[in-house]
Design a protein. Structure first.
Length: 365
């Protein structure tokens, strides 16, 4: 039954199910909209694409382990007036991964399903974070803490992520530009420095659960159009700084590898925030890793330069080179999603995640 749900969702995502697909008017992302909580913790089904993305570093009895749990919601292009309860209007996907060099590398799992009225096993809430996908779950409790539960062959985790800071609104009060066209934008906020507690069970650890603690970063972003037609993907980081600060930076890449758009936001240890414009943000590859499975080349080690910061050069160093996620069985994408440290002059000043999208094939959003 699980495989059947997975295949139906995949077919719907790729437009393979029969039936007419009428033009759908996705909700636009407009400047000036104020994000309102707790409602904006929830899903926004009128928009085309949305994700809740939690990443971080765990300490497991002295061993450092990277983790990722991501839930994606997608509004399909199928006719919203189709009365069938089986029409794939909304789809859910989820990825989970644990990066553990001591046990031989990355373990990755994925799930996908369409949201069907009356099916309690797959769904989302619109008034707060509450996502569930055939036993996998990510939800927000009344005290503001998040709970992630993943149960799969290669990845099993039960984590609590407790806020220690206020929400970090990205861009201009949560309106995050992704290109020269104002429609190329998203609503976007982050919750850095989440205190993590819980347990994991991973291949190589046997059947026992391992208690873990650590720090995590949560992104919640939704949009209807992000990339320019000439754009192929992006490089993104979310870093919890060791002094209590936080740093997010990204660049949108064109097919020739040049930067089409870039931005960054820094919150220092005192809570002061600063936006960096595109001409102040530069990603420079320092070392490439070629996937033996897909042939994609990823710049897994990079220099990040931020204008107006002294010294303004930082280095992103991966926990391990092979952190490629092949999600062609769910979202259709192959990308690199990896635990990294942020270093300055050879000294670690933060830990987080680097995402490299569009190096296997162009990404369309």
């Amino acid at each position: 039954m699980q495989r059947r749900h997975f295949l139906i969702a995949l077919a719907a995502w790729r437009g393979l199910l029969p039936g007419p697909a009428a033009a759908v008017d996705f909700a636009p992302v407009l400047p000036g909209r104020r994000l309102v909580f707790p409602d904006d913790f929830g899903a926004h089904p009128d928009f085309r694409t949305e994700w809740w993305y939690a990443t971080g570093w765990l300490d497991a009895n002295g061993e450092e382990i990277g983790f990722q749990t991501t839930f994606f919601r997608s509004r399909s292009g199928h006719d919203a007036d189709n009365p069938s309860r089986f029409a794939p209007h909304q789809l859910l996907f989820a990825h989970a991964a644990l990066a553990r060099p001591a046990a031989g590398g990355l373990r990755h799992e994925q799930r996908a399903a369409r949201v069907v009225a009356g099916d309690a096993a797959v769904g989302f809430a619109t008034d707060d974070t509450d996502l569930h996908l055939h036993g996998w779950a990510f939800r927000r409790d009344a005290d503001g803490s998040y709970r992630a539960r993943i149960e799969a062959d290669a990845v099993k985790l039960e984590l609590a992520l407790a806020p220690t800071q206020t929400i970090l609104l990205q861009g201009e009060a949560g309106f995050s530009r992704k290109g020269a066209d104002p429609e190329q934008a998203s609503y976007y906020y982050s919750q850095p420095q989440l205190a993590v507690s819980g347990r994991i069970r991973l291949e190589g650890l046997g059947e026992r659960w391992q208690t873990v603690s650590g720090r995590a970063w949560l992104d919640h972003e939704w949009s209807s159009r992000v990339l320019d037609r000439d754009a192929v993907g992006w490089d993104w980081i979310g870093i919890n700084l060791d002094d209590g600060g936080a740093l997010m930076a990204f660049r949108i890449r064109g097919g020739d590898g040049t930067t089409r758009w870039a931005a960054a936001r820094w919150r220092d240890a005192r809570g002061r925030e600063r936006n960096f414009a595109g001409n102040e943000v530069r990603f420079t590859p320092l070392a490439q890793w070629r996937s033996p499975r897909t042939g994609a080349n990823y710049p897994v080690r990079q220099r990040l330069s931020l204008g107006g910061v002294e010294p303004g050069h930082f280095e992103l160093v991966p926990l391990m080179d092979d952190q490629e996620l092949d999600s062609r069985a769910s979202t259709g994408a192959v990308y690199w999603e990896g635990a990294v440290t942020l270093q300055r002059d050879g000294r670690r000043i933060g830990r987080g995640y680097l995402e490299l999208v569009g190096y296997h094939r162009p990404m369309a959003l």
